[in-house]
Ligand binder design. Sequence first.
Ligand code: 5RP
Length: 231
Amino acid sequence: MDKKQQDQLKKEAATKAAEIVKPGSVLGVGTGSTVAFFIDALGQRKEKEGFTLKHIVTTSNRSKKQLEGLGFKVDELADIDQVDLTVDGADRVADNLDGIKGGGGALTLEKNVAINSKKIIWIVDESKLVHRLGGFPLPVEVLPISCEQNFRKFEQEGLKPQWRKDENGKRYVTHYGNYIIDLAADPVPAPHGLADYLDHTVGVVEHGLFLDMCDEVIIAHSDGSIEDKRK
Ligand code: 5RP
């Protein structure tokens, strides 16, 4: 599948998701190129139907800027009790709807918005589907103070760490001033075991294993069908 085809599929999944957002609800909006299509589609609903939301929270400045450009007011997660629905992209989605996220480096805010959401929908093109989690570097956000120790530990554990780099070849710095180490665990041997290990590693801020969180995935297939896969 070339990029043009893939973008078309992303747009189809995103448009479908935008149709099911309820007016007056509290919406969480994720990050990435698929979500950018979702935001565009929300903007179209706003223009055509005068569609409004009670609150919107986002998982990145990129999404926030795009939403504000379309006239939506964006709130801080800290000011919201609970999000009704979060729509986000994903880097890989397994058969059981567990996922790898964070390809765009927004994993920490993405997970914080996700766990404060009543419902989570991911929007993907079919290339993101895998039977078992893997096929994509697993991002781990680490604090600069102990990142070298974390990196060496991951090497010793056989997790094949790589520093995420920015376009200038420097270490990628997250929204929160941290670094990202991408692990090459493919397939992820025991997702819950690895998540538990990372959750208990001092210096790890967050990781891209999103397990038991997603309720529904809207998948655009290259045969033109849109699949709505639920837990
Ligand atoms: C950002 C993410 C994105 O949702 C993920 O990378 C998918 O991006 P795209 O829609 O551009 O393929 O997790 O941190």
